[in-house]
Design a protein around this ligand. Structure first.
Ligand SMILES: [Fe+2]
Ligand SMILES: [Fe+2]
Length: 150
């Protein structure tokens, strides 16, 4: 049986792999921009679908208020790192540190979601809900990957 946490982890693994590539590639390598583009799309699509089909549910419960607010703030921080890196295009002196910062923020956020937020959420959601949210999240993620692609 599918559940929302399994579904979210699949995109987390994609994000981790893209971050690893991003920090390894030299800024003057032509692949740097395409890896960044792919990561940017995955981050934006995943954050939107996750906010809608996990965070919104958890925000409704008193037990989940603090952790969902915190996670939302981290999505915002990641957005800012993405914007900084987008602005640094062609500035090869700035790029490596900004890429490292983005990767660090993403890894931190994913680890915290998987170790803390998912545990809190697991207590709030019932089994049927976890399954239904997985289906809705997967559908929205797929759609958002098209919507957010520049
Ligand atoms: Fe996530
Ligand atoms: Fe997230």
């Amino acid at each position: 049986m599918d559940n929302i946490f399994e579904a979210l982890r699949e995109s987390h693994e994609i994000q981790r792999a893209l971050c690893r590539q991003l920090v390894r590639i030299k800024p003057d390598d032509a692949r740097a921009q395409s890896v960044f583009r792919e990561l940017r799309i995955e981050l934006a699509a995943h954050a939107a679908a996750e906010e809608r089909f996990l965070y919104a549910q958890i925000l409704l419960d008193d037990m989940g208020l603090k952790s969902s607010r915190h996670a939302l703030a981290e999505h915002h921080d990641i957005d800012e790192c993405v914007e900084s890196l987008a602005k640094a295009r062609g500035q090869h002196d700035l790029w490596p540190d900004l890429a490292k910062k983005l990767s660090h923020e993403v890894h931190h956020h994913l680890r915290e979601e998987e170790r803390k937020f998912f545990q809190v959420s697991g207590k709030i959601l019932g089994d049927r809900q976890k399954q239904l949210l997985a289906t809705k999240y997967r559908k929205d993620l797929k759609r958002m990957r098209e919507v957010v692609a520049p």
